[in-house]
Design a protein around this ligand. Structure first.
Ligand SMILES: NC(=O)c1ccc[n+]([C@@H]2O[C@H](COP(=O)([O-])OP(=O)(O)OC[C@H]3O[C@@H](n4cnc5c(N)ncnc54)[C@H](O)[C@@H]3O)[C@@H](O)[C@H]2O)c1
Length: 256
């Protein structure tokens, strides 16, 4: 497809399914030297072949690493596993969850469970990747998965919006902290993307048709369209870009 990630070692969390799967396969198609596919399960929600076998078929070095991103020790081990390929160049902290019931009365346990994946998990990944980049003296690019729900709020996703708003600011704060060492950190904020998450969460699935109608491009996004944005942010093509939240939403948040 392109060689913008030529020679780079890429790690993607939540990469068995959906957007993460597209990012991992996209990295291989964009020339990555090696891709580490990480998730709590290797089975794709979409069924069919695993992400790992798709990348193998492209002739790119690939490993699967089982990681629950909410557990710091597992995330540290994930980053360490990249040493086999000389260390991580592009870290994509993509894993995220939604809640079945996430309105104004969201429960305390659910709220903390969501934060442990969507915020702790993203922070652990960024920290461990940055530490490895610093230790070996080769800065890289870290991409955090936010959401349009982290830029505009929705009453049906109170905890989710809170977590994704946190991811947007985490990217900005870490960009300031790590920029002097050449490490770039950006967030990607997808709009309504057609994945298992979208189809299986009743509140989000019900709202998605309304979102589609208000979207200037009048369609849902494809996971591969998020993957292309992530590949650009991971590549040297975006070498002067850090601290942004790149909206990839078909224009939805740009109109009233
Ligand atoms: N689909 C959308 O419309 C949309 C929009 C905006 C943002 N996002 C974000 O994009 C990311 C991916 O979403 P998706 O739509 O592909 O969802 P998905 O449910 O299809 O895939 C999420 C993947 O994350 C994995 N995962 C869940 N908990 C994990 C954990 N604790 N540790 C490691 N992996 C874990 C799942 O096993 C799954 O493979 C999420 O952060 C989500 O919030 C999605």
């Amino acid at each position: 497809m392109s060689d913008i990630l030529k020679g780079k070692v890429v790690i993607v969390t939540g990469a068995a399914s959906g957007i993460g799967r597209a990012i991992a396969i996209g990295a291989a198609q964009h020339g990555a030297a090696a891709v580490i596919v990480s998730d709590i399960t290797e089975t794709s929600n979409e069924g069919g072949t695993t992400t790992t076998s798709e990348i193998e078929a492209l002739g790119v070095a690939v490993r699967f690493h089982r990681t629950d991103v909410s557990k710091r020790s597992e995330v540290d081990a994930l980053i360490e596993s990249a040493s086999e390929f000389g260390g991580v160049d592009v870290m994509v902290c993509n894993a995220g969850i939604t809640l079945r019931s996430d309105g104004a009365d969201v429960g305390e346990d659910d709220f903390h469970r969501l934060m442990s994946v969507n915020l702790d998990g993203v922070l652990f990944g960024a920290q461990a990747a940055a530490r490895q980049m610093q230790a070996r003296g080769r800065p890289g690019s870290i991409v955090l998965m936010a959401s349009m729900g982290g830029i505009a709020g929705a009453g049906m996703t109170v905890a989710y919006s809170t977590s994704k708003g946190g991811v947007v600011l985490m990217a900005k704060a870490l960009a300031d902290a790590l920029g002097p060492q050449g490490i770039r950190i950006n967030a990607v904020a997808p709009g309504t993307i057609d994945t298992h998450l979208l189809r299986t969460n009743p509140a989000i699935a019900a709202a998605s048709e309304g979102f589609r109608k208000r979207t200037p491009l009048r369609r849902l996004g494809k996971p591969s369209e998020i993957a292309d944005a992530v590949a650009w942010l991971g590549s040297d093509m975006s070498s002067y870009v850090t601290g942004i939240a790149l909206l990839v939403d078909g224009g939805l948040l740009s109109v009233i």
